[in-house]
Design a protein around this ligand. Sequence first.
Ligand code: UTP
Length: 290
Amino acid sequence: MKKVRKAVIPAAGFGTRFLPFTKAVPKEMLPIVDTPTIEYIVREVMESGIEEVLIIINSDKECIKTHFGHNQSFENFLISKNKTKELEMIQALPKQVKVEFTYQEEQLGLGHAVLCAEEFVQNEPFALLLGDDLYVGKKEPATKQMIQAYERTNSSILGTLEVPLEDVCKYGICSPIKETSNDLVELKSVVEKPNPQNAPSNLAIGGRYILTPTIFEFLKTQTRGAGGEIQLTDSILRMMSKEKVYALAIDGKRYDIGSKKGFLEATIDFSLAREDLSKDIKEILKKQML
Ligand code: UTP
């Protein structure tokens, strides 16, 4: 069995749900307290034991590249002011991880974005993390849980969560082969954004995947699906004719940062979890409740 050594983070979408902010700034750069969302996601990759990371961007999203690189003039400024702590802070990330970038020229959908990673992935299984889905794993990072499930099955894994029936039209939805209470289940099919009346379940794909390279065979010939986009879910469904695919219920909390509610919830939860801020945020929340 080949090891999962690579991770791909698509971050080239337009982010229409977070306008007007996303007109000039990528939603993946939305700060949760003081750190861009995409940095938390890259840290999840590192904490899961993966060393090679590719982020897919578009030409309006160069600031993501800036965030993961060196900024010599900023570093020189901090040196001249003797701000050692701040200097260490901005130097640490580029030292810890080497991030590569590629461009999706046209925003044709998530499936199309993933196809842009083919040259980087080559013939290996890879982790796929959506650039606006944040997880706080209970015991292990979400991607580590996904890799462990891949190692048990030697198959593609879709990270899932249960959603209210009225929300199934926002997600790719899984249909398990049989009813079971196990966290890891083999799938019969998947469908992108079904109507609640036709949905096979309320088991939604939540922005984490381990995929075998077979997916590229199907992405290359994928026609447009829901919303007129080239959908990854449609290629995963076609791949099921060739290989088994499993769903893993991720043990942790997910925040959809691309939605305003998800962003607000993450901001509050992350502030509460921070030693330097929990007192302040509690005070603010308490005042609001009075
Ligand atoms: P979303 O489904 O959230 O789409 O993409 P979006 O178009 O960016 O945002 P909304 O729905 O209009 O607000 C999930 C992830 O896939 C990336 C996005 O950047 C996001 O991280 N994506 C989506 C691409 O890289 N390319 C695409 O063509 C579409």
